[in-house]
Write a protein that binds this ligand. Sequence first.
Ligand SMILES: Cc1cc2nc3c(=O)[nH]c(=O)nc-3n(C[C@H](O)[C@H](O)[C@H](O)COP(=O)(O)OP(=O)(O)OC[C@H]3O[C@@H](n4cnc5c(N)ncnc54)[C@H](O)[C@@H]3O)c2cc1C
Length: 428
Amino acid sequence: MYDLTIIGAGWAGFNAALRAKSLGMKVALVEESFIGGTCLNHGCIPTKTLVQSAKIIEEIKKARNFGISVNIEPQLNFLEVIFRKDKIIQQLRKGMENRLTGIDYFSGHGQLLDNRRIKINDREIQSSHILLSQGSVPFELPGFPFDGKRVISSDQILKLDKIPSSLLIVGGGVIGCEFAQIFSSFGTKVTVIELMGQLLPGVDQEIARKLETIFKKKKISVFTSTDAKIFDSKDFELILVCVGRYPRIEGLDKLGIAAGKSGIIVDDHLRTSVENIYAAGDCTGKLMLAHYASFQGICAVENIKSPDKPCKADNRVVPACIFTSPEVAFAGLTEEQARKNNFQVKVNKFDFLGSGMARIQDETEGFIKIISDVESGLLLGAQIIGPKATELISIFGVSLSSGLAVKDLKNTIFAHPSLSEAVFEALD
Ligand SMILES: Cc1cc2nc3c(=O)[nH]c(=O)nc-3n(C[C@H](O)[C@H](O)[C@H](O)COP(=O)(O)OP(=O)(O)OC[C@H]3O[C@@H](n4cnc5c(N)ncnc54)[C@H](O)[C@@H]3O)c2cc1C
């Protein structure tokens, strides 16, 4: 009898398993595909590996701004880029496998028979608790069914063996914008269409507008408030549809586990509607981010181990990062959200044009925006578009989680010359 059986070894399930092991629980981890789930195999890691290759091309093209002559155009060997991506995935996968010592890993499809019995292929195990962390899959858009050849998903675009000459990206959200950036740098003619009124729906409008302007400068065509149906798909070599992801909920209704299109329904402590069964990660349909999936997985395990000291899986401060060029990152409330929540909003801004380090790095495009409450002086949120935004946002992750005020950041000494000084300058 296991203390905990986890279905799905993505970022939620894997981190939950490690925490359960360290708390002395007897753990079974069931995975039907590769350890690491979407994040390692079709998400965060492969995309950021391609982002890095795209960045290098852009940097080589800018070399003369740094006094370096490069006399030939950079040549992209796409197969080598793909080979590097696959190698990094394999190395990280090995690392994850090595950390499984003390956890029983089952390779196969996990099927719940009831709230204590799980069938894996042709064997059955029993467990006093179950954690569902089965992730999500790409959403298929009516009228654009995936055929794996011309109309492809974010999983399938990572398996291409050549760069398309033209690419229509349906969906200008995080995933769509990252692929637009990557393939534009690789030399593809990229068009992005978004049904909503801005790229990155839900993100601060000013930041989204800035990214759109930068995309257009890079000759990426952007159409917002536009339905994909108006385009003739024959005009593009490939169509990438990335309009969101479906939480995986198949087979759960038979056991009475409440779930719908928006995911498995869980309470603040990640309990499903069935006793002893918890859920974490993308399958709960909350914030579909790897670090939030991991946080939920760990929180669920702590609730199973110590129900008297419950961990609340609210959305707290979850930094979100978009690896375009320049990068985008945010944490906490936007200006609009803060106003809707009746705060007396103060917005402090600083343009990277005024940053010494941004000039040194020749990456002056973008700004940092800090939202605070006038009355209390408390920090409410921050949005950044600019160099290393995905690293700088951690300053606000820590500050917001710790309930810091503007004066606390103003009293902090930031090293010079550094990009992080922009935080201090913004508050000046
Ligand atoms: C292109 C792309 C880029 C992304 N980039 C980022 C990023 O930069 N940063 C970020 O934070 N997030 C990113 N994400 C999101 C991130 O990948 C997900 O939020 C994260 O992977 C969710 O983890 P999870 O453990 O909930 O689910 P998953 O990673 O999807 O893992 C679920 C696992 O469960 C397994 N499974 C399902 N059902 C069963 C079953 N019945 N039996 C056995 N196994 C089963 C699946 O095979 C899978 O391995 C990206 C996603 C995509 C698609």
